[in-house]
Design a protein around this ligand. Sequence first.
Ligand code: CMC
Length: 431
Amino acid sequence: MPKDTLTVTDNRTGKQYEVPIQEGGETVRAADFRQIKVRDDDFGMMTYDPAFMNTASCRSAISFIDGDKGILRYRGYPIEQLAEKRTFTEVAYLLIFGELPTHDELEAWTQQITLHTMVHENLKKFMDGFNYDAHPMGMFLSTIGALSTFYPEAKDIGDINNRHLQMLRLIGKVPTIAAYAYRHSMGLPYVGPNNDLGYAANFLQMMFRMTEAPYKPHPALVRALDVLFTLHADHEQNCSTNAMRAIGSSQVDPYSALAGAAAALYGPLHGGANEAVLVMLREIGDISHVPDFIKKVKGGDGRLMGFGHRVYKSYDPRARIIKQTADLVFEVTGRNPLTDIALELERIALEDEYFVSRKLYPNVDFYSGLIYQAMGFPLDMFPVLFAIPRTAGWLAQWDEMLRDDDQKIARPRQIYIGAGRRDYVPQAARG
Ligand code: CMC
């Protein structure tokens, strides 16, 4: 008998099946269970896994997480090293191409992205059509979808060069669209890209420039935003990345797929948690109210937002870097007054048996909102700030999916629990 197999006995028939164990001894293929049948014409055994709690949907070489050890790597590089030593633009290249760029490759890549930061005038008119109080994330994801009508050639996803061009366009244009969404919601004129500035600095000037005078973002704030972009660039098969892959598997153009991924990110359980942290800190209001708040959470009344994670069962490595970055930002902007409440919450929670026994530690969202707020971003821009860098990750994952011969159109099975066959009854007879 081959060694790496799982023997399954079906007690209904007494038959035994050998299911090969693959991928380093940790995986079986769900399709291998189809051979398990009671009758020859049965469909075969399926696996049931709502929310993909224990199902790998792909093989991926992009990001790696070890939740118990608090490890996150992009293409093998520890996130701490990338955040400290590299820029977001380099990290986007790494995610998409698999290797860090050489000097010349980086120059060309940066220049190409910069050349794609402008948007068509009609896209601005499209954005003008949104109501004055439209949510920036709603504007962002709709406008990304609208881009597909400006670049119909993007449909040709089988052409690698064409794919590459659309990826450049998307990475170049997402900060512009994000900033325009903000300016529209504030009733401010759009500020176009300044190609003399780097990726994060240009985004800040498109957001915040007020007069004709050149806008000079503070270098420490530019650096902090760049680090935050790096930390949010990819995170393996999360909800929005899974949406990007699932929509992209229909072979639709990347703008349409990315609009869907951004829609998934919009939800409060995904890209909206950092906003919820700020709302919670405001509600607590004062450091002296922290013990009472913790008591309420332990009693089952609400959650400590920004704590806990489905994968990380130790300190989220991104949270540690964000905490350090916050200090650098506050030196420039002044301390966010809510910081002391956050620090006290963390201090108490990390010593408290309730949080310790459940392995609840600060996640990426616990401190990021404090930084964004100190930098002048309104709360409803927080998911948009997440979507800008995650665009690189979504595109890397989309491209990887298209190159993977194992992949087909995503089409889960279901367990039907509805009515059996029944005949139509005319309304008159239904009463
Ligand atoms: N505050 C208090 N208790 C909590 C919290 C929390 N933040 N998170 C989990 N628990 C408790 C939960 O009540 C449960 O306790 P018990 O076993 O007594 O019922 C236990 O811990 C396990 O929780 P769970 O809901 O089964 O864990 P999950 O893996 O399904 O949920 C989570 C993960 C992130 C949704 C959850 O920890 C949570 O709601 N956290 C607050 C929201 C938040 O910060 N979300 C951002 C996540 S990071 C975003 C990203 O990486 O993209």
